[in-house]
Write a protein that binds this ligand. Structure first.
Ligand code: FES
Length: 214
């Protein structure tokens, strides 16, 4: 049985806009979907004066609905200020693509979440974020919850990959229940560091692996 996709979804899936990478992006985020284990990375270039998004690209390892919605959301935010871009919801994005089958709604959520996370990444890097919650274990878990372990397709938070989180005086130490030789170990480590290193009260993020040999 094939799913009823709108003409626009099919069109954008075949010819997506803004696919690719931006070299030295001002903001970047990779988010994974807990529903399907797929991932998308969003890259931003932001004008420092006007805080407008001057360029945005994405790389999707998701399905047709994710590619179509990431394409549309990147089109929608180009030229907008960060504040305007933050207000875009997955519902608007779904409307823009002419609707999605209910089982594919999470694909649009993934596209919007990745964009929002890239904005947060930029704001934290620049020290202009409004939210100044302190970085404790709970916040770290929340922040890392959309990192997927490609070995299992599951989120690293809540699936036993994170063995220990320790925060003291702005220094975060995270131990992963994973072998450092694992082919995805390094990229998971980098994603964790990227999501935490610019927080206003964080000085250092260390990620280590519980197991060293295969
Ligand atoms: Fe995974 Fe659509 S099924 S992003």
């Amino acid at each position: 049985m094939s799913l009823p996709y709108s003409k626009k979804v099919i069109e954008l899936f075949l010819n997506p806009k803004n696919v690719g990478e931006i070299e030295n992006p001002d903001g970047i985020a990779t988010e994974g979907s807990p529903a399907c284990g797929d991932m998308v990375t969003v890259y931003l270039k932001v004008d420092k004066e006007s805080l407008k998004i001057v360029d945005v690209k994405f790389k999707s390892f998701g399905c047709a609905s994710n590619i179509a919605t990431a394409s549309i959301v990147t089109e929608m935010v180009k030229g907008k200020t960060l504040e305007e871009a933050k207000k875009i919801s997955w519902k608007e994005v779904v409307e823009e693509v002419g609707g999605l089958p209910p089982v594919k709604i999470h694909c649009s959520v993934l596209a919007v979440d990745a964009l929002q996370a890239a904005i947060v990444n930029y704001e934290e890097k620049m020290g202009i974020q409004k939210e100044k919650e302190s970085t404790d274990e709970n916040l770290i878990r929340k922040r890392l919850r959309h990192i997927i372990d490609p070995n299992t397709g599951k989120e690293i938070v809540g699936s036993n990959v994170i063995k220990k989180i320790d925060v003291k005086d702005g220094v975060i130490n995270i131990i992963l229940n994973m072998n450092e030789e694992n082919q995805f170990a390094n990229s998971i480590k980098e994603e964790i560091i990227e999501k935490l290193r610019y927080r206003w009260d964080v000085k250092e993020v260390n990620v280590s692996f519980e197991r060293k040999n295969a």
